[in-house]
Design a protein. Structure first.
Length: 251
């Protein structure tokens, strides 16, 4: 059996795994989840990784590190510092060593948008490797204010049951740290660990086209497809648990 270390994305917390955990534990697996310090505007990717490392129990079990959305930029840092059996990117960003997330998609933005973000692009030769990639974010979410409850209902939780949506909205946290967008990832290379990528066909945050492309180009794997929106751990936890236990565990 395995230990699933579940790492939440932006605006969420350890609570967001509450519906998934019973399905994993019913099959004999262990789980651990934690709150990342997302309300701290100064929190870095390495600080996020430290919080995860502190939450990991001492165990001989295989550790499957699942990172949702923003957490895709963090879980490889954990794998650099601690033995893990597998990284699972769940509708997630994939970091590029020494490059920030915005570096990877800045060519999709106009000058006014870049100025509003106080972003100064790197020299073009450093970024031209990303020019053939689809835009990583779904255009539906472009320019949205994610602190707005109505926006979260529209693009985060659009396929959740009404009671689950209300619960998720009541638990939402402010995302003050923007390290996952602006900080150059401190990795020198992605860790040599087995990886899986799960994307959702109706994701309104991370573009499904980018997910398919980036999983193949950056991780050398074919992405696993799941119906629905950006948060399958809330909208279809049983289906996600099935994928995690039947398709993502290292044999």
């Amino acid at each position: 059996m395995s230990l699933f270390c579940l790492v939440h994305g932006a605006f969420q917390g350890a609570w967001c795994w509450d519906l998934l955990i019973p399905y994993l534990e019913a099959q004999g697996h262990k789980t651990v989840a934690m709150d990342l310090p997302i309300e701290d505007a100064s929190a870095s990717l390495s600080q996020f990784a430290d919080v995860i490392l502190q939450a990991l129990p001492k165990t001989d079990d295989d550790i499957v590190l699942v990172g949702h959305s923003m957490a895709g930029t963090v879980i490889p840092l954990v794998a650099e510092a601690h033995r893990v059996s597998q990284l699972v990117f769940l509708t997630a960003l994939i970091p590029y060593p020494g490059i920030s997330t915005i570096d990877q998609f800045c060519h999709h933005l106009d000058n006014d948008s870049l100025k509003s973000l106080n972003y100064e692009p790197k020299q073009s030769h450093q970024l031209e490797q990303f020019y053939d990639e689809p835009y990583m974010f779904n255009p539906v979410s472009a320019g949205k204010n994610f602190s707005d409850e109505a926006v979260l209902m529209e693009v985060f939780y659009q396929d959740c049951q009404p009671d689950i949506m209300r619960w998720a909205l009541s638990k939402r946290r402010l995302q003050q740290s923007m390290a996952y967008i602006f900080e150059a990832n401190p990795l020198q290379a992605l860790p040599n660990v087995d990886c899986k990528y799960i994307f959702c066909t109706d994701d309104l945050i991370i573009s499904p086209a980018w997910s398919r492309y980036a999983a193949r180009k950056r991780l050398g794997i074919e992405a696993i497809e799941l119906p629905g929106g950006h948060c399958p751990h809330l909208s279809r936890p049983h289906d996600l648990a099935s994928i995690l236990t039947n398709h993502c565990l290292v044999e």
